[in-house]
Design a protein around this ligand. Structure first.
Ligand SMILES: Nc1ncnc2c1ncn2[C@@H]1O[C@H](COP(=O)(O)OP(=O)(O)OP(=O)(O)O)[C@@H](O)[C@H]1O
Ligand SMILES: Nc1ncnc2c1ncn2[C@@H]1O[C@H](COP(=O)(O)OP(=O)(O)OP(=O)(O)O)[C@@H](O)[C@H]1O
Lengths: 217, 217
């Protein structure tokens, strides 16, 4: 059974903690701020008030017994870097760290962070995508050229079937699933009518998906 | 041509600003902190130092001419709420706001925010998923039961073809694309060999995808 430790219980760290707990995993939640630690006492297996820049404190915690440690310290970049350094010195196999900016990211890479995250930056990026492609409800980039998108079916394609729309021939992209109000259909029937408000899950070249969005919806 | 205004140039707001600019859109970047504003002067069409809790200042900016305004104010929840209130009073059609916590979210909903985001919370949630499904590199939830995942092909399926693996019959999920080192194949050849290190893009019921991950990879 995997053991996880979360250091830094801001919005990010506490969210990891809650979700791991919800999935039934054991979590040690650590923060130098007692209030933050107490706020999570019902969703952490163990909690600890500690300043993780203190190597001795980390040693006493027995942090080397953990396979995965998440560092969610935000503003104090030096503390985040120092904690990561200690953790890798203690041979913690997987140290995942939230980075504040590019400088922080570069240093973390050099000192061996196994995975680095930029939650605010990444979502800012995604929002720019949503702002400029209003019919796209969600997406995943497969590469710089290909993506999978969820698009809302509009009036324009109401009551038309996939066969009638002939999407692959006209636009080069493919509908892989259709989300109806109460179910997800992963083998969409080509002759079944699409209703306004359905969500089309499509895969293809980004240019083709945009052409489809502008031309068909 | 759409006009965007970004209020609050933290990591989130500045990231929206940079990406919109990168896409060729006009952006007005606003913050009460002059340093933050100056840092973005090369990626914003216009910049402005202003305290957005001041309704007169917003009016003077002509904020009602903007179709989309993003509010990226973080710590000061009251400022974020007040700014959102003013923007909706000015009939700004789309006001998208970053929320700090559930209370903040509820208030924003009530005062008419058109879309609300929780970047740190959402990524914390995703990271818990990645921590517990180590072969999943990325995913998109289609519903509570279905998702699309990107999984790393391991030694175990090296040199096997889709036909040989017979995934749909054994696990009930479908491979919709294969990412090889330099290309994305959205019409994967059922007889072509999969190489360790390829990424399988699969759709299916979450339980089936987990069974596949545990059983086949
Ligand atoms: N040396 C340290 N030891 C332990 N905890 C620390 C240390 N330094 C900072 N923290 C804790 O890390 C947590 C997150 O840091 P902070 O609030 O600065 O980041 P943030 O980027 O705003 O977080 P988030 O975006 O996740 O809300 C805080 O609760 C803080 O008490
Ligand atoms: N009343 C206001 N008017 C204009 N800008 C404001 C106001 N209040 C706060 N801001 C700005 O909002 C920006 C983001 O706020 P803050 O840094 O508290 O949030 P954050 O959640 O840490 O941001 P992020 O997570 O995006 O980095 C700051 O640059 C701050 O100067």
């Amino acid at each position: 059974k995997k053991q996880f430790a979360i250091i830094g219980l801001g919005r990010f760290g506490s969210s990891v903690c809650r979700e791991l707990h919800h999935m039934g995993h054991e979590v040690l939640a650590i923060d130098k701020n007692e209030k933050k630690v107490d706020a999570l006492s019902d969703v952490a297996t163990h909690t600890l008030v500690a300043d993780v820049t203190d190597e001795t404190a980390l040693q006493r915690i027995g942090i080397r017994n953990f396979e995965h440690v998440i560092v969610g310290i935000g503003e104090d970049i030096q503390a985040s870097i120092l904690a990561t350094l200690h953790l890798k010195d203690f041979d913690v196999p997987k140290v995942w760290v939230k980075a504040q900016n590019n400088y922080h990211h570069k240093v973390l890479e050099k000192i061996g962070a196994d995975r680095i995250f930029h939650p605010e930056h990444d979502m800012g990026y995604r929002i720019a995508e949503f702002l400029t492609s209003e019919k796209v409800l969600d997406y995943i980039d497969l590469s710089s050229d290909y993506s999978i998108v969820e698009m809302l079916a509009t009036d324009k394609i109401n009551n038309k079937s996939l066969v009638e729309l002939d999407i692959r021939a006209k636009y080069g992209c493919t509908v892989i699933a259709i989300k109806k109000t109460n179910k997800v259909d992963v083998t969409p029937n080509p002759t079944e009518k699409i209703n306004k408000g359905d969500i089309l899950v499509m895969i293809g070249n980004k240019k083709d998906l945009r052409r489809f969005q502008d031309g068909a919806l």
